[in-house]
Ligand binder design. Structure first.
Ligand code: COI
Length: 363
């Protein structure tokens, strides 16, 4: 049972019904926010407390708050899905709660108990239920729990005061072009994370370090950037916020092993399970970029895709780098890629049985 009760301080809606309906008709990704947010505070002296559900709005922070200077911050990403009977569910929240605890350990932040993490999601989605898009669509309510060092202190040490929030944002496709094959730029200049660093943690710093690579990708007409390992610049790590998979002609599904510099994606691990279920041989191993590009040329690798909570599963149609470009398969959306996407979203939206017990009811 949760120790924290996210008690509502107001029931007044921020956004009028007709405005919310207009937003839900085309939410995009990360553009709009719901009426409420949950928050709690941890202090070194008293532990977790001050849990409440408040209207969505600005966070008041000292300009000397440690997070603004040293980046002591972590976050999570989940979605709430409307099912055909109107109920609202989320996908593997325990896995996100536990990953947030691992991220917290790496960033010297306090661990939020799993039950409190779940209670915070439940409180926000119950209050923001009208914001969960209809069951007919591929849209969902994206949930963003996050935690940051809020102590007013400029010394370099773990903060003695930490704030936790959950905000929610109605979401359509992550990429503006929808589920279309991505052009991925392979950066030879930047790395996302290094050995012994924070690559496996879901912390803002990893995403900040990806931004210049992402800009380089856009300058080269690409949708996304792929980072290689920081030591040898030879093997695939991940994209700016997504894990990577490759399918071989003989039915093997490959993804980079979790070496410490790669995010332990919840979607990644779900795909490995669904692939095993459909008889694919799965392997988590070192994927050498030059070998992958060669195998794309010979047709030995037939499909590649990116995955994450926000992006779900998105085909990769082409790689670009300073040395040239490489088409994946016929450049379109691979059959197995789309089948895995369909199966995963069918489970999430309650259209087929949840045989792995991945769903948790929120409302
Ligand atoms: C997610 O997929 O939920 C993430 O946090 C990644 C980010 C690129 C949106």
């Amino acid at each position: 049972m949760s120790a924290l009760a996210f008690t509502p301080t107001s029931t007044t809606r921020r956004v009028a019904d007709d405005e919310r309906a207009r937003i839900l008709a085309d939410p995009g990704f990360g553009r709009y926010y719901t009426d409420f947010m949950a928050r709690a505070r941890w202090t070194e002296q008293d532990g977790w407390g001050a849990a409440e559900l408040v209207p969505f709005g600005p966070v008041q922070l000292s300009p000397a708050a440690a997070v603004l200077h040293y980046g002591q911050e972590i976050f999570e990403g989940l979605k709430a899905f409307r099912h055909p009977d109107g109920s609202v569910w989320t996908f593997r929240p325990g896995a996100n709660a536990e990953r947030m605890q691992r991220s917290a350990r790496r960033l010297a932040l306090p661990e939020l108990p799993v039950a409190d993490f779940l209670a915070s999601l439940q409180a926000v989605v119950a209050a923001d239920e009208p914001w969960v898009p209809e069951a007919t669509s591929e849209e969902s309510l994206y949930l963003r729990p996050f935690m940051f060092a809020s102590e007013e202190f400029l010394g370099v040490r773990a903060s003695h005061c930490v704030d936790y929030y959950v905000i929610a944002s109605p979401a359509g496709p992550y990429f503006p072009r929808g589920v279309q094959p991505l052009v991925v730029w392979i950066t030879d200049e930047y790395a996302r994370a290094g050995t012994g660093g924070t690559g496996a943690a879901k912390c803002g710093g990893n995403y900040a370090s990806s931004l210049l690579g992402k800009r380089e990708a856009a300058e080269n007409g690409a949708d996304e950037v792929l980072f290689l390992d920081s030591e040898t610049h030879t093997s695939i790590d991940e994209l700016s916020g997504m894990n990577v998979f490759a399918l071989t002609r003989d039915g093997r599904l490959l993804t980079p092993a979790l070496t410490g510099s790669i995010l332990e994606g919840v979607t990644r691990s779900s795909i490995l399970q669904l692939a095993r279920d459909r008889g694919l041989a799965v392997a988590e191993e070192r994927l050498v970029m030059s070998e992958v590009l060669e195998k794309l040329g010979t047709g030995e690798i037939t499909e590649m895709f990116a995955c994450g909570t926000a992006a779900v599963i998105n085909p990769i149609g082409e790689f670009r780098a300073r040395g040239g470009s490489w088409q994946v398969g016929d450049g379109g959306s691979g059959e197995t890629t789309l089948a895995l996407r369909q199966e995963l979203t069918d489970i999430q939206y309650g259209r087929i049985p949840d045989r792995h017990g991945w769903l948790t009811r929120l409302v």
